[in-house]
Design a protein around this ligand. Structure first.
Ligand code: FAD
Ligand code: FES
Length: 303
């Protein structure tokens, strides 16, 4: 399994063909969220599997059904990682099945996060009149709750090519300190010069971080070069809308703001129409979109 370090989509395995994978590790987080590490039954299929951070797989439990789950990254042995909230039939079956369970996997699907930082030549707003702009663009990542899962592989991508980026800030919001995902990885992210700031809705007595919604933190975040900043967010739609608004207010061009969307999925390849949002099929045209291409649709409730 490998992460693709280029802008083009990776070679996709046959999207109709389900590959067998095994759950090798299951790690429980809090509030019904858990992470699994998957290995392919056929190592050759595993070697061919490439993905872009932000893409998703369809995980199939025989006799139960299939669910879209974002690729959260790979572990040190290269196994595919997914982080799952137990909400219904498929997710419950995976949690109950646990280590040793066989699953079907189709994927990877969709379009992921932008893999290159904005530069002086690609910035949507001209930066040529200013001479204080860095060579490499800055990145702000904003995640709410389990929304950090599809962004984790992007954090890993940036961490592995850190010199290509300017300032990197990761703002993570959760209901309570115990709900912050991947807490044991924050020190490693910080050691790679990525700023990690956490905020919670409800603090515990020993909580030393921020309290309040992520948008409050965004208002206070230092943004030195807005026209050279890429902004990526995942979480509840209302949070993403406010986060994007806040980014626009701080001068980040709309075309450099990215959100990832969820709708019920079925085929995952743009044929069945289950995931349609206006003119877009989220499985094929997304799940990651430039904010300016979906902002009008996101304002319509229940769409
Ligand atoms: C591109 C994409 C990436 C996703 N990534 C993840 C991930 O990384 N981790 C994760 O836990 N979940 C993720 N999801 C959501 C997951 O696919 C759904 O929660 C899925 O329905 C779970 O299947 P289930 O059989 O367990 O639940 P179901 O029995 O299908 O549904 C349980 C409940 O969730 C509601 N529901 C179903 N699908 C959605 C949806 N897409 N959005 C909101 N509510 C829904 C249903 O109405 C029902 O109330 C993603 C969805 C998409 C489209
Ligand atoms: S899930 Fe079928 S069109 Fe998107």
């Amino acid at each position: 399994m490998s992460v693709v370090n280029r802008a083009s989509l990776p070679n996709q395995l046959d999207p109709w063909k389900t590959s067998t994978v095994t759950v090798n590790r299951l790690r429980a987080h809090t509030s019904g969220v858990f992470s699994i590490d998957l290995s392919f039954e056929d190592p050759d299929v595993g070697k061919q599997f490439e993905f872009v951070p932000g893409q998703f797989n369809m995980l199939y439990v025989p006799g139960v059904g299939e669910a879209a789950i974002s690729i959260a990254g790979t572990n040190v042995s290269g196994m595919l990682q997914h982080t799952i909230r137990t909400v219904g039939a498929v997710t419950t079956a995976i949690e109950k099945g646990g280590v040793g369970m066989s699953l079907g996997l189709r994927g990877p699907f969709g379009r992921g996060w932008p893999l290159e930082p904005v530069t002086n030549s690609t910035a949507k707003v001209s930066t040529s009149t200013k001479n204080d702009h860095p060579k490499n663009g800055d990145v702000i990542i904003v995640a709410g709750g389990i929304g950090l899962a599809p962004l984790r592989s992007m954090v890993e991508h940036i961490g592995s090519r850190r010199a290509e980026y300017g300032t990197v800030s990761i703002v993570v919001g959760a209901r309570s300190p115990g709900d912050l995902l991947y807490q044991d990885e924050y020190e490693d992210w910080r050691s790679r010069k990525m700023k990690v700031i956490c905020t919670v809705d409800r603090a515990s007595l020993d909580w030393k971080g921020q309290i309040g919604v992520v948008t409050l933190l965004l208002e206070r975040l230092e943004i030195s070069h807005p026209s050279l900043t890429t902004f990526m967010t995942c979480g509840p739609e209302v949070m993403m809308r406010y986060a994007a608004k806040s980014a626009i207010n701080r001068g980040i061009p709309e075309a450099q703001i990215y959100v990832t969307l969820e709708r019920n999925m079925n085929c995952a390849i743009g044929l069945c129409g289950h995931c349609q949002l206006g003119p877009n099929f989220i499985c094929k045209d997304g799940p990651v979109f430039r904010y300016n291409s979906v902002s009008a649709l996101l304002r319509v409730q229940e769409l």
